[in-house]
Design a protein around this ligand. Structure first.
Ligand SMILES: *Cc1c(COP(=O)(O)O)cnc(C)c1O
Length: 452
């Protein structure tokens, strides 16, 4: 049969040999590889490969391989796991607390249908998050009741909205803090419609500053733990124990926002207030985050007097800040499981860290140096945690960050510092491999980007 003009052209113009979209989508290998992917995403990948063949970046014969590689290398979500080699334990940019194995299993179990609000015994509706509540009360017997919401900021909004409404919230001037990225707690409180009444001064607030301000307009009194800065020098503030009596007399609930989520005293952070102590001292409700030193998922935790918690739970806003089943599951498992990773990292023995870091140095070279870890966000932020790091070539920081697994290190004084404090010992081998490939990437001549 004589060739048609198209067929003739096809032999000369390689673009004619680019496989058609429908054939590629129906290709058995593509179908098999893309089972966990939406059709829209597979189409995008197919089109991108065809486009690269049209521009001549790849041969038409490579289109299928390119598609299979793109499907295979694509994670289900864009959030990538990171090895945190910074030594900063609660790193908000890196997802705060890494979950314990117990919490990870609980997440998996709760991912499908689950009895989050259903009583399997009776078939009736159950109390949402009853397991997390019970675990919180067991971990903190000083509390009469507990409520879990989406995060610490939501807990603060719920408490001030439900307890103060449009009345006054009394706060010391020394506690009007910004907690990060321009986010100010006083703005958050004001956004609820409550009126902030500042008492005292920046460095000194006395009991009489509160008692002078307490009155019929008071909705609640709020103490905020200024976890990210300290006032030193000529200072004074008022203990929760001193405030509790006057608040009770005035009928104004005493709310204490601790942020950090330490359930009890922590030897490594002697100055960090804990939830149990605040409740013993007379706080009516204590607020904390789930993903700071508590070591669990993002959540806002409210612990305190039964009548106050009931008031908060009844408020319509409680529905808008309700915790999801995954957070409830992970929180319960964090509380009932072994010591969570954040506390392991906090309590790490410096000698053990030195030993591990020396082993890393034996594999990779570099210098063993003293390096202080930090708690980071939400509690004892600036308390130095004595430890060690491996100092390597500064140029490694970029390829480490963009490599697989991604490693986030600190660059200081012309060196790339790897601190093992927040890296589980089981991942030391992966870290070594990551440094080796980062070095290989630096040594290799610049190669064309094959990822697109
Ligand atoms: C971190 C923090 C918050 C906010 O909690 P999120 O869980 O980040 O919403 C509020 N108050 C204090 C004192 C904090 O430290």
């Amino acid at each position: 049969m004589p060739e048609t003009p198209e067929q003739r052209e096809g032999t000369t113009d390689p673009r004619r040999r680019i496989p058609r979209t429908d054939l590629l989508l129906a290709h058995p290998q593509v179908e098999r590889a893309s089972k966990a992917m939406s059709e829209r995403v597979v189409r995008e990948i197919v089109r991108a490969a065809q486009a690269r063949a049209r521009t001549g970046a790849i041969d038409p014969e490579q289109v299928l391989d390119e598609i299979l590689a793109a499907i295979g290398g694509r994670p289900a979500a864009s959030l990538r796991p990171v090895l945190n080699a910074t030594g900063v334990i609660v790193h908000t940019n890196l997802g705060r607390a890494p979950l314990s194995q117990a919490a990870r299993r609980a997440l998996q179990d709760a991912a499908g249908y689950t009895d989050v609000e259903f009583d399997l015994g009776t078939g009736a509706r159950g109390r949402r998050g009853a397991g997390a509540r019970a675990a919180l009360l067991a971990a903190c017997p000083e509390a009469e009741d507990a409520l879990v919401v989406t995060n610490g900021a939501a807990a603060l909004v719920l408490a001030t909205t439900a307890l103060a409404g449009t009345a006054e919230v009394l706060i010391s001037r020394g506690e009007l803090i910004e907690i990060g990225a321009g986010f100010r707690l006083p703005d958050l409180i004001a956004s609820t419609g409550a009126r902030i009444r500042e008492v005292g001064t920046t460095n000194r607030t006395h009991l009489r500053d509160y008692t002078d301000a307490l009155g019929p307009d008071t909705g609640c009194v709020l103490r905020i733990h200024t976890s990210n800065y300290r006032i030193v020098g000529f200072t004074s503030d008022v203990g929760v124990d001193e405030l509790a009596g006057p608040c009770r007399t005035a009928g104004a609930p005493l709310v204490v926002d601790l942020g950090s989520g330490l359930l009890g005293p922590e030897t490594r952070l002697p100055d960090e207030p804990d939830i149990a102590a605040a409740l013993r001292d007379g706080a009516d409700v204590v607020l904390a985050s789930g993903d700071k030193l508590l070591g669990g998922p993002q959540a806002g935790i409210l612990l305190g007097r039964a009548d106050v918690i009931a008031r908060l739970a009844r408020h319509p806003l409680a529905r808008a800040v309700r915790a999801d089943k995954l957070a409830l599951a992970a929180l319960e498992a964090t509380l009932t499981g072994p010591t969570p990773p954040v506390l392991e990292s906090l309590r790490l023995d410096p000698d053990e860290l030195r030993e591990r870091t020396a082993q890393l140095a034996a594999c990779l070279g570099g210098r063993l140096i003293e390096h202080e870890g930090r708690v980071g966000g939400g509690g004892g932020a600036e308390v130095p945690l004595p430890g060690w790091a491996l100092a390597l070539e500064a140029e490694l920081a970029d390829p480490l960050r963009t490599g697989e697994p991604a490693v986030v290190a600190t660059v200081r004084d012309g060196a790339c510092l790897l601190d093992l404090r927040c890296i589980p010992p089981a991942d030391d081998g992966r870290l070594i491999a990551a440094v080796e490939s980062a070095r290989a990437a630096l040594a290799a001549p610049a190669s064309p980007d094959l990822s697109r």
